[in-house]
Design a protein around this ligand. Structure first.
Ligand code: URA
Ligand code: SF4
Length: 217
């Protein structure tokens, strides 16, 4: 059966708490079947800055909070170095359920990149969050988040350090005023070769600082 998408599960309210409660009942794609729970965004219900990752990881799936595992710790450090405290930032993901495969022993759950179908299926939740939180700056962390909002052909490396606008063909008009920037995903810094890690961390910090500078004075 083709995934119908999340739209029919998203309530009309634009209150974050009500959206976060409703997402637990979403059956917009098949990812709810194996995950422990949906992980919605977290942070102030109105925030100047929203950061969008890919999907919850193993730790986030267990905790029910985004960015609490290793990638989250690296992101915290990067935000700190960029002069941006985490507390006023709203953190979320392009996809709300954890997609994984089991290791051969069955002991570990290994992250699997969500498909285009799943990313598009989940997008109505991200639109609803954007409408609720009304950030003036949105930072898309990594390819999944960038492609979710900017189109499947979008390539991050060609657009770092730019101020982008969300496209009018897919994104509701109500959220298109946000200034959008893209950078690497913190997991990419962790997974990259050791000798490149410091430089890739520095470039993440630089991109976050750039995005922070776009907030209204
Ligand atoms: N990676 C993400 O993209 N999001 C999380 O919440 C955790 C890890
Ligand atoms: Fe719904 Fe998104 Fe979960 Fe799929 S991943 S079931 S669309 S909340």
């Amino acid at each position: 059966m083709p995934a119908a998408g999340a739209a029919e599960f998203v309530p009309e309210t634009r209150e974050v708490a009500a959206l976060a409660a409703a997402v637990q009942a979403c059956r917009g794609c098949s990812l709810y079947q194996n995950a422990s729970r949906a992980v919605f965004g977290s942070g102030p219900t109105r925030a100047e800055m929203m950061l969008v990752g890919e999907q919850p990881g193993d730790r986030e799936d267990l905790a029910g909070e985004p960015f609490v595992g290793p990638a989250g710790r690296l992101l915290d450090r990067a935000l700190h170095e960029a002069g941006l405290p985490r507390a006023p930032v709203y953190l979320t993901n392009a996809v709300k359920h954890f997609k994984f495969v089991r290791s051969e022993s069955g002991q570990r759950r290994i992250h699997k990149t969500p498909s285009r179908l799943e990313v598009v299926a989940c997008r109505p939740w991200l639109f609803a969050e954007l409408e609720a939180v009304k950030p003036s700056v949105v930072v898309l962390l990594g390819a999944t988040a960038a492609k979710s909002l900017l189109g499947n052909e979008f390539r991050i490396t060609a657009h770092r350090g730019e101020v982008l606008q969300l496209p009018s063909d897919t994104v509701p008009e109500t959220v298109r005023e946000a200034k959008v920037t893209v950078t690497v995903h913190p997991s990419a810094v962790l997974r990259g070769p050791a000798e490149a890690r410091e430089e890739s961390f520095r470039s993440l910090v630089a991109d976050l600082r750039f995005a922070g500078g776009l907030r209204p004075a």
